[in-house]
Design a protein around this ligand. Structure first.
Ligand code: DGL
Length: 275
């Protein structure tokens, strides 16, 4: 890519990070994007810190070697378990999803009690709890491992998904957290469940999506870190160039990815990362 516009690399374990890319495209259209989905090795949400860190560092290097000047770790699990390791291994600025999500929750919460939902690994790392408690928020974390496969099945408004979500949220919004006023979505897949979760969560609860807050954090960081060269007006108006890399089937990435991105996906290239 020979553009004066910045090139942003977005990394996720698979398709879910496309919800973050979608938010980025809306907020920062005057950029080019490289998206890496490690579909052959997902899910990350049930893997160890060592494994997730190794995979994520490989993906970050891949994106850098293809011209990414800025990296967004769209995967909550990779951010929660390995942001420090990825940052140490990379040579470009990096934003993860945990801090922006926690900051947005802190802005919205009035009674300073938050429920955060995510994968087993994200919840087990307590990265969200640390980020929220630093901001003075009482936090309950709840792992919701069944939600990722249900979203990937396309069951975003299915009665089974509603029942599963109800069980998880009833457990989370109980005892001392009945009055928690924010539900923080700590997983790439959950933004697709926002309408369903809004129906299932107690009525006073606001849903905070770390995809949107991350896009805002990236916009702010980029203004500070990558000022020159400024895109020309023509470059600014041009539609973003998108290039996708997937470690598993290109066809499956196109098919499933459309649901997360909200439009059709071209330019998917298969990547074979050696172990
Ligand atoms: N991308 C992961 C996350 O946001 C969910 C899917 C997975 O477990 O790999 O935590």
């Amino acid at each position: 890519m020979t553009s004066r516009r910045p090139t942003i690399g977005v990394f996720d374990s698979g398709f879910g990070g496309l919800t973050v890319l979608k938010a980025l495209l809306e907020l920062i259209p005057a950029a080019d994007y490289l998206y890496f989905g490690d579909t052959a090795r997902l899910p990350y949400g049930s893997k160890s810190v060592e494994t997730v860190a190794r995979y994520a560092v490989e993906a970050a290097h891949y994106l850098e070697s293809h011209g990414a000047q800025f990296l967004v770790i769209a995967c909550n699990t990779a951010t929660a378990l390995a942001l420090d390791r990825i940052t140490a291994a990379a040579h470009v600025p990096i934003v993860g999803v945990v801090e922006p999500g926690a900051e947005a929750a802190s802005t919205v919460s009035i009674n300073r009690k938050v429920v955060v939902i995510g994968t087993e690994a994200t919840v087990g790392s307590h990265a969200y709890r640390r980020a929220l408690e630093t901001r003075g928020l009482d936090t309950r974390e709840k792992a919701c491992p069944l939600l990722v496969p249900l979203v990937e099945e396309g069951w975003v408004d299915h009665p089974v998904t509603e029942q599963v979500a109800r069980i998880y949220l009833n457990e989370a919004f109980s005892d001392g957290f009945r009055e928690a006023d924010v539900l923080l979505l700590g997983c790439t897949h959950y933004p697709l469940l926002k309408p369903l979760l809004q129906c299932v969560a107690p009525p006073h609860v606001n849903i905070v999506d770390s995809a949107e807050s991350t896009a805002h954090a990236v916009a702010t960081h980029m203004q500070n870190l990558l000022p020159p060269p400024k895109p020309t007006p023509e470059e600014r108006r041009a539609t973003p160039r998108l290039r996708f890399f997937a470690t598993d089937s290109v066809e499956k990435f196109r098919r499933l990815g459309e649901r997360f991105l909200g439009h059709s996906i071209d330019n998917v290239e298969h990547v074979d990362l050696k172990e």
